[in-house]
Structure formats: C-alpha cells, structure tokens
Design a protein around this ligand. Structure first.
Ligand code: FAD
Length: 473
C-alpha cells in the first residue's frame, strides 16, 4: 500500500464499526485509512460472529424442517435424510469469504487506504502500524477512531481450547466438525442459545447452564419465560440458578462440575462438547491507550463523551470497545455518527431505538423498554398483546408459536417498547424501530394499513390491543 502524507481520519479496526466509519469518512471527502490486523475485513461480526452463525442457523433450520415439518406439507422422503457437516461448513465459509471480499472492494471503490497490520496509537495524531507483511509504518492523521471491538471474556473454571474442540467459545462452536451427542452451553444469552440451536437441530442434546434464574437477561421477562418454554419443547434442557465450578477434559468428553448459584451440593455431568458463552469484553490490548492518557472503565470499555470523543480531543472510540449493547448495527450507527461529527455535521445515534434479535426459531426481537424497565422508572403504561396463533399467515405457514407485545405510554400512547417472539421477528422488528424513532403512538401504527395476509398484521393488532381492542383475538 502507499500511504498519504497526512490523513484526516485513521480508523483502527475493520469491523462493522470501523469499516462503515471508513466508507462514510471517504464519502464525506476526508482522506481515510482503515487499519486491520485480522487479514480480513468485517471484524468479529463477519468473520466469527453474526454472519457465520446465521449461515449455520439457516442450514440447520433447513435440515430440521426437512426432518420434522416437510411431512406436514405432504413432502415425503423415502430414503434417509442425512446431514453433511463438511458441506454445511463449506457453505458458511464461502459466504464469509464472499462478504469480506465485498468490503475490501468497497474500501477501494471509495478510496479508503486499507492498511494490513496491528495499529498502536503513539500520540494524538499518530498511529504506528506493525505491518502484517513485515516492517512498520507511521501514519500521521488529524483524527483517530478506535474501533477495536471485543473478545470472549474467559470463564476461569472452564478454560477454552478451540483447537482441542471439546471446550469451545463461539468461534470454536462455529467450526465443530461432528454433531455432538451431548452439548453443554454455559451461559443462556443470545450467542449460547443461537449456537445451541444449531447443534440441537442437528441432533445434539443441549443443556443450557445459567447462573441467573432466567435466560436472555436483557429481554422482557415474560418474553424470556415464554421463549424458554418453546426451547424446552424443542428438546433443550435448562439448569438455571446453576454455576459451573470445574471442568475436566477427558479423552471422550468433558466433565463439568456444577453447583447451585447460591452454593450447595455439587453435581457432575459429562458432555461431548462444552460451549462457553458467558460474555464478551472490549479488546484494547496493545493499542497504547495508557500512554496517550485514555481511560477505560471497570469493564475495560473506553470512556467517551456523547460524541464518541475520548479524553484526547482528536481520538474517538465506537462499537464494542465502548459502552452500550455489543451489536453490529449499533457499532455501524456509531461509526457514521462519529465521522459526521468529525466532518462538522450533527452526528447522532438514538439509543432508544436499537433493536436486538435472537436468530433462533422462532426468533426473538425487541426494541425500546422492557416492562420491568418501565416499572422501575415509574412510567405508567398500557400493554397490548397479540398471539401468532391468531394470525392467518402464521397459521398458513404452520408456525404460530409466539406473540407480539407492545408497551405504550399510558397518557400519550407513545410506543416505548416492542417485544416479539415469532417467525421472522427479526425482520418484523424494523417496523417497531421506525415507530419509536418517529415517536409514533400505538394508535398511529394500528391505523396504518398492513398487507394481508402477513405476519406484520400481528404487530398492527397488538397495537390495536394496546389502546383499544384487536379484531382477530
Ligand atoms: P469488531 O467486529 O470486533 O471488529 C474489531 C476489529 O478490529 C477486529 O477485526 C480486530 O481484528 C481489529 N483490531 C482490534 N485491535 C486492532 C489493532 N490494534 N490494530 C488493527 N486491528 C485491530 N451482532 C449483531 O448485531 N447481530 C448478530 O447476529 C450478532 N451475532 C454474533 C454472533 C457471535 C458468535 C458473536 C461473537 C458476535 C455476534 N454479534 C452480533 C456481535 C457483533 O459481532 C459485534 O457487536 C460487532 O462485530 C462489533 O463491531 P466492532 O466494529 O465494534 O468490533
């Protein structure tokens, strides 16, 4: 690569936060470089996160459907149905490769310099890159954006060894080559339930071990409870209020020792594979933050003001490396807002309208406040509910599990939160995000014509139920 004498913006990290910021920065006419050490663009999300996990979820969903639901539609197999895991993994890898290549093309198209190597901040205007191909390069820049993302938080009693394949984190779980008979998922959050679903659908007996008394701790409690019931029907086992205190890797599996979270008698159980999915933490190793006077909080997150500015006025930080939900679309929004601010515009992210999706089957999606959050904040609200069992399209599709729940301000009817369990909830939630972003009331949405027959009519009816009554329930 050839390097400019001086950049307007140098971005450290080429994940969804970093590469999106880089493209926007170049589009706004700023001389931009993006430094990435992974060898491929797209960050955690594209390489070992959102995209490969969705590829496996799609493949395993097809298999599960073919095995258990095709017959309902009159589709009969006479031969044996089998799963070629290598082929599934190959399809996943090709998807990832294609998309990372696409991002490299986009950086080129918009004139962003893609610098391959590990970046270290040497001062308010300097980034030193240890180049992947050897040697180093000093980049001089007016502004620096840190988009270095996150990594798996270790769980001391259960050390991960992805290469060994028995105790894995999410990255290792994406590479499993044979279907485990028994799989433990330590941590009942989004990543654990998604990866657990992949292997459960393919035939593994999956046990979720969770410290708290519930799964999906960030979601609405009613939703999390209902969702747990649905997963149980699919064959998931749950050990809630349980902590793992020890793991021993043997030739033919892993013995986990668990105890009640509050303490008590220990139990042992053997699994073929253990997935540790208890959380992620910001990754800022080797960035040189201390030397330039940038602080991190107790959880390792870089401290920034409401415009993503660190204690050093020319250095900004976005995405998983700062506070807020660790989500790709949140990182992207911040990337754009941060660059717009640097360019002198009014960059802004509306944190009340960031959706969260669990890409299981059915999906779980939400935006805005949970019922517990409203109670805690002392905000009076109305609740509307509508089950997919009363939605004609869900019935015709043969997948009517779940419901839409709408929370709106009691006085103004403004929508404050929407929670969906159901087929395609991840796509449906977009409408609720717009409603919140535009300050819509439940009546606004209820009086908006929705195509029939669609799943999104369930949202309209839940809105009707919020301020008045639904028609079909
Ligand atoms: P990252 O994507 O982590 O990118 C940071 C990049 O910076 C990395 O590529 C790293 O190599 C590079 N880097 C770090 N330090 C340096 C340095 N000093 N020099 C050069 N390069 C450096 N989110 C969703 O929204 N939807 C999902 O469905 C979803 N699924 C997920 C599934 C899994 C299994 C996992 C693990 C995560 C998932 N996430 C999902 C979360 C999502 O991946 C992250 O929120 C997102 O990638 C954060 O983007 P980022 O740009 O902040 O950081």
């Amino acid at each position: 690569a050839t390097f400019a004498d001086q950049y307007d913006v140098v971005i450290v990290g080429g994940g969804p936060g970093g590469y999106v910021a880089a493209i926007k920065s170049a589009q706004l006419g700023m001389k931009t470089a993006c430094v990435e050490m992974r060898g491929r663009l797209g960050g955690t999300c594209l390489n070992v996160g959102c995209i490969p996990s969705k590829a496996l979820l799609q493949s395993s969903h097809h298999y599960h459907d073919a095995k258990h639901h095709f017959a309902d539609h009159g589709i009969v197999f006479d031969g044996d149905l089998s799963m070629d895991i290598d082929k599934m993994q190959d399809t996943k890898s090709k998807t990832v490769e294609g998309l990372t290549g696409g991002i490299e093309y986009l950086l080129k198209k918009y004139g962003v310099d893609y610098v391959k190597g590990k970046g270290k901040i040497t001062g308010p205007n300097g980034v030193e890159v240890a180049l992947t191909d050897g040697g180093s390069e000093s980049l001089d820049t007016k502004n620096i954006i840190i988009a270095s993302g996150s990594e798996v938080t270790p769980l001391p009693p259960v050390p991960v060894d992805n290469a060994g394949g028995k105790v894995v984190d999410s990255t290792g779980a994406l590479e499993i080559g044979t279907i485990p008979k028994k799989m433990a998922v330590v941590g009942g959050g989004v990543i654990g339930l998604e990866m657990g679903s992949v292997w459960s659908r393919l035939g593994a007996e999956v046990t979720v071990i969770e410290f708290l008394d519930r799964i999906l701790p960030m979601n609405d409690t009613e939703v999390a409870k209902k969702f747990q019931t649905i997963l149980k029907k699919q064959g998931f086992k749950f050990n809630l209020k349980t902590k793992v205190v020890k793991s021993v890797v043997e030739d033919d599996g892993v013995v986990l020792t668990t105890e009640p979270s509050k303490g008590g008698d220990a139990k042992e159980e053997k699994f073929d594979v253990v997935l540790v999915s208890t959380g992620r933490r910001p990754y800022t190793e080797g960035l040189g933050l201390e030397d330039v006077g940038i602080q991190t909080d107790k959880l390792g997150r870089i401290e920034v003001d409401s415009h993503f500015k660190t204690a050093v006025p020319s250095i900004f930080a976005i995405g998983d490396a700062i506070s807020g939900p660790m989500l790709a679309h949140k990182a992207e929004e911040e990337g754009i807002a941060c660059v717009e601010t640097i360019a002198g515009f009014a960059g802004h992210v509306c944190y009340d309208a960031i959706p969260g999706v669990v890409y299981t089957y059915p999906e779980v999606a939400d935006v805005g406040k949970t019922e517990e959050e409203l109670k805690e904040a002392g905000i009076a609200y109305n609740v509307g509910n509508f089950p997919f069992a009363a939605n004609s399209r869900a019935r015709a599709n043969g997948s009517a599990d779940g419901f839409v729940k709408v929370l709106a301000d009691k006085e103004t009817d403004k929508i404050l939160g929407v929670h969906i369990i159901g087929p395609n909830a991840g796509e449906m939630i977009a409408e609720a995000v717009i409603a919140i972003e535009y300050g819509a009331s439940s009546e606004d949405m209820a009086r908006t014509c929705h195509a029939h027959p669609t799943l999104s009519e369930a949202f309209k009816e839940a809105c009707m139920d919020t301020y008045d009554q639904p028609i079909h329930f």
